[in-house]
Design a protein around this ligand. Sequence first.
Ligand SMILES: Cc1cc2nc3c(=O)[nH]c(=O)nc-3n(C[C@H](O)[C@H](O)[C@H](O)COP(=O)(O)OP(=O)(O)OC[C@H]3O[C@@H](n4cnc5c(N)ncnc54)[C@H](O)[C@@H]3O)c2cc1C
Ligand code: SF4
Length: 533
Amino acid sequence: MDPVVVVGSGASGVHFALTLLRKGHRVVMLDVGHTRPKPVNPNDSLNALKRRLNDPVDYFLGSNFEAVILPPQKKEYYGFPPSKSHVFRQRKEFDHRSEGFAPLVSFAAGGLAESWTGGCYPFNEQDLEAFPFGYDELRPFYSEVARRIGMTGTKDDLARFFPMHDGLTEPLLLDEHSAVMMETYLSRSRYLNEKLDCFLGRARLAVLSRDAGERKACSYTGRCLWGCASEALYTPAITLRECRTWPNFEYYDGLHVDHFRFDSGGQVRTVVAKHADGRTQEFAAGTLALAAGTLCSAGIFLESIRKDSGEVLQLRGLMDNRQVLMPYLNLHMLGRRFNPNTYQYHQLAMGIRQPNPADYVHGLVTTLKTALIHPVVQNLPFDLRTSAAVFRNLHAALGLVNINYPDRRREENYITLDTDATKRRLVINYKPEEDEAERLRQMNKRFQKTLWKLGCIAPSAMTHVRPMGASVHYAGTLPMSTSPAPLTCSETCRSHDFKNLYFVDGTTFPFLPSKNLTFTLMANAVRVGERAF
Ligand SMILES: Cc1cc2nc3c(=O)[nH]c(=O)nc-3n(C[C@H](O)[C@H](O)[C@H](O)COP(=O)(O)OP(=O)(O)OC[C@H]3O[C@@H](n4cnc5c(N)ncnc54)[C@H](O)[C@@H]3O)c2cc1C
Ligand code: SF4
């Protein structure tokens, strides 16, 4: 019997594969699979690394200073360190021409989530309204994924937006700045809830607060951005490693899947992949599951149809969360020192209730500790020397709210192939809704007001609307549908165009709530594995 072939080892692919392996299926995973470097001095804290490494500049900024965000890239506050360069190393086969969209794809073993910030937010009944199932269908799979990855969370004011499920352990210790914000919130929560519809609480995070097997609980080294050496912070490479211990699993890396071949009855027969040196290899597939990430899965699907009939289709309904970055200064923290020995990413989340619950707006509050600081310094409205001095004095009081907006499938946002190009090139088009700018302006004001009530100033001039595509929460191109229309898939994510083809990444989402989607990607991938195989 031909195996189930899975393309991609990201968060979606590995959890789908593990589910099938446990059920006794033979699984072949095809992946580009760039691997991460070994962690340096795994027991050192961030500051110890700075002191003890022979060449700390090389480690933190790169041998060619490639991690430095230069001033023309105004207002981007995130940079990727050299230790994560494998996550964004490209393959020459991936090419795109994009309008209104800045795509980011990963060819790493583990995919984009090798550099994620671990926020895990279950969708609730309202988020799932456009899906062919509700929260009860997903709940056991959220619990299963939470147990697999190790996840912290607690029941607080945000439980009205993030339903509770099993598998949560106690949250990490709060850094001082987050604790101060939480305290202020609790003293003013009535006003914030009733007048501003704003709720604050603990983030749900894919990080260990207790040891789990070989993985150690977070020891507050402050190295999260550079890669967690103890694997307290979950990444999909951990699950890929687990898959590789199963005798019924075969993993082929270094392969870029170009297309699949199918017969006249709509049955996928083989998958065609290319090695880096241009050699082609073909794999027999009993069933094919595309988990290459929404954009790359679209590329494989479109190319397969073009190779067969010459027809170039458009996949409509591409979605991504618009993100707004809002830096702020917490007046309660002025004069205090920051502690570098803390968890580095967001520990608090902020929810804004909307009249239509599906329009819920989701904020992640990151207090500044051991991040790359030069992107912040260069955005201060002073010369470099003054900005650096001001920054040193304000460091512990600085923070950033990352505001995420929902998105809906719209016809004008699509992915297709460039018919003029001599090699495969994706064409990605995205146009925001006409009233978007005004909606963002109103909501930014609400966040500024909320922050003010929490004792924080958020200067409008520093708020930055990120380009569409920057949130890397891509979805919606071949959505789940209860009617078997072409270019859609079933409730169990089986293609309505090809009998033995499944999509197990964001491709199938019919709506994109504002909450980061990866926890739901993983839970849905497990659900497909359980329900359809
Ligand atoms: C900086 C950053 C922070 C983030 N933080 C969060 C967060 O806090 N919470 C959250 O929910 N999400 C977050 N995300 C988003 C999250 O990383 C993605 O949603 C998630 O990784 C998507 O997983 P995936 O498996 O569907 O696809 P991907 O991660 O894109 O994985 C795709 C896989 O397919 C393989 N592949 C692709 N094309 C081919 C091909 N043609 N042939 C063979 N293999 C192929 C790649 O090698 C890779 O293994 C963040 C992303 C970034 C970049
Ligand atoms: S999660 Fe971050 S703070 Fe915790 S041990 Fe890992 S790198 Fe250190």
